[in-house]
Design a protein around this ligand. Structure first.
Ligand code: ARG
Length: 460
């Protein structure tokens, strides 16, 4: 049948394929709750300003609530001919309550309706995502607390650089996620603005009360400009950008976890329930979860690029192009939530192989900088100290000995400034303990950082 929503102007029904091609119901049906909330707020406003009678309002309210119940009971069959969630619900409403259903769309367009729906959806999802980030951060801080004294090699260029504590490394991840959390909170401010009332593009001739609908829906205020309201999707782009950064962070964490579980590093053990085996190689235990998270980063970054490209040439105001915003946005939300959940669940079960970490830190001459600093404190210029220690390291490589394993005589071959007290700085413990300032790797500082982190989480 000809589309009943605009049949008036048309002399033939929509082509069957075009109807399917242009329909969005298959994916925007997930916005049914937001769509109904928006309609309830709009109807209440129409009543407040005298456009709907009390009876009409209560019929609409009852009808919409019944539809929501029916949707949740799986009793609604979505119609492609009705194109999208908005027209599907409106048509059901009219089926149920008759002519009053046809009055709901007074002073409104699907353009401000969809903009409202996505903002409501995204606002709620941002809140869920922020809770998951917080849970992950809590678990990182808990694990860090158990590992403040655990020494491992710190890397630059993936080459052993200086010893750090595992707790310090975990708290670096915590910091990355703190900025991600802030970015989402900031994005939420721009998401939480009401486009309802912009109508198709220019506003409406009815005496609508936009403050009222904004308040009903928990938005901070009505949007300023009707043209911008129906065409802007930069809030979604901003969200996808924040999501891409979160994924970039999770991907970096993944990369480290994957390396560390390899036999060559053997720094950590992931719980069996987060890994899978091989159908052919009996010895295998693969870090599938981190690998999949790393892989999903490409997909989410791809969605950001999709949305940027979708917007780049659109003239004001609404264009059908914008229907293409939903699938990338939904997929970003779903996958981001999945990755955060998997990580928040997995982190408490990570086991540090303290012995291996310690041995690895010893093997890479990680206290070479400490020896150079020791010589500088005994008045040697830093460049000369660098040279002396370089020679000692070359000797150590040839002799297969760490600096701390050399005798005083052996060390004195490179400089007679070296005395017995050198062994206090050559140990891994000495090396980390002495980096004792805000942001340093010393266990005392990591404990203080964890305390501040806990306060931060408690303030959310
Ligand atoms: N399905 C549309 C979308 O997702 C809803 C708004 C349609 N408006 C219109 N004038 N075609 O953007």
């Amino acid at each position: 049948h000809a589309n009943q929503q605009w049949g008036g102007r048309f002399s033939e029904p929509t082509d069957q394929f075009v109807a399917k091609f242009t329909a969005s119901i298959d994916f925007d049906k997930r916005l049914y709750r937001q769509d109904i909330s928006g309609s309830l707020a709009h109807a209440a406003m129409l009543n407040k300003v005298g456009i709907l009678t009390d009876q009409e309002l209560s019929d609409i309210q009852q009808g919409l609530q019944d539809i929501q119940t029916a949707i949740e009971a799986g009793e609604i069959e979505w119609s492609v001919a009705l194109e999208d969630i908005h027209m599907n619900i409106e048509a059901r409403l009219t089926d149920r309550i008759g002519i009053t259903g046809k009055k709901l769309h007074t002073g409104r367009s699907r353009n401000d309706q969809i903009a409202t729906d996505i903002r409501l959806y995204l606002r709620d999802e941002i809140d869920v995502i922020c809770q998951e980030i917080t849970r992950l951060q809590q678990n990182l801080a808990n694990l860090a607390e158990q590992e403040t004294e655990t020494i491992m090699p710190g890397f630059t260029h993936l080459q052993t650089a200086q010893p750090v504590t595992f707790g310090h490394h975990l708290m670096a991840w915590f910091e990355m996620l703190s900025r991600d959390y802030e970015r989402l909170q900031d994005c939420r401010k721009r998401v939480n603005i009401s486009p309802l009332g912009a109508a198709a593009l220019a506003g409406t001739t009815y005496p609508i009360d936009r403050e009222f609908t904004a308040q009903q829906l928990g938005f901070s205020k009505p949007s300023e400009n009707s043209l911008d309201s129906v065409s802007d999707r930069d809030f979604a782009i901003e969200f996808c950008s924040a999501a891409s950064l979160i994924m970039t962070h999770l991907s970096r964490i993944s990369e480290e976890l994957i390396l560390w579980t390899s036999a060559q590093f053997n720094f950590i053990e992931l719980p069996d329930r987060f890994c899978t085996g091989s159908s052919i190689m009996p010895q295998k235990k693969n870090p599938d979860v981190p690998e999949l998270v790393r892989g999903k980063t490409g997909r989410i970054t791809g969605h950001l690029i999709s949305l940027l490209t979708l917007m780049k040439s659109q003239p004001l105001a609404y264009n059908k192009d914008n229907q293409e915003d939903k699938e990338p946005l939904f997929d970003t939300v779903d996958n981001l939530k999945g990755c955060l959940r998997a990580y928040a669940d997995m982190v408490p079960a990570i086991k540090a192989n303290k012995e291996s970490m310690y041995e690895a830190a010893k093997r890479g001459f990680s206290t070479a900088t400490d020896l150079a600093d020791y010589l500088v404190k005994k008045q040697m210029p830093f460049r000369d100290a660098h040279e002396v220690v370089g020679k000692a390291v070359a000797y150590g490589i040839a002799q297969n000995k760490d600096l701390s394993e050399m005798s005083l005589e052996e060390l004195q071959q490179f400089s007679n400034t070296i005395e017995q007290d050198v062994f206090d700085v050559l140990t891994l413990e000495g090396s980390v303990n002495v980096r004792n300032h805000i942001g340093g790797t010393a266990p005392a500082q990591v404990k203080a950082a964890i305390e501040r982190a806990r306060e931060l989480l408690a303030s959310r």
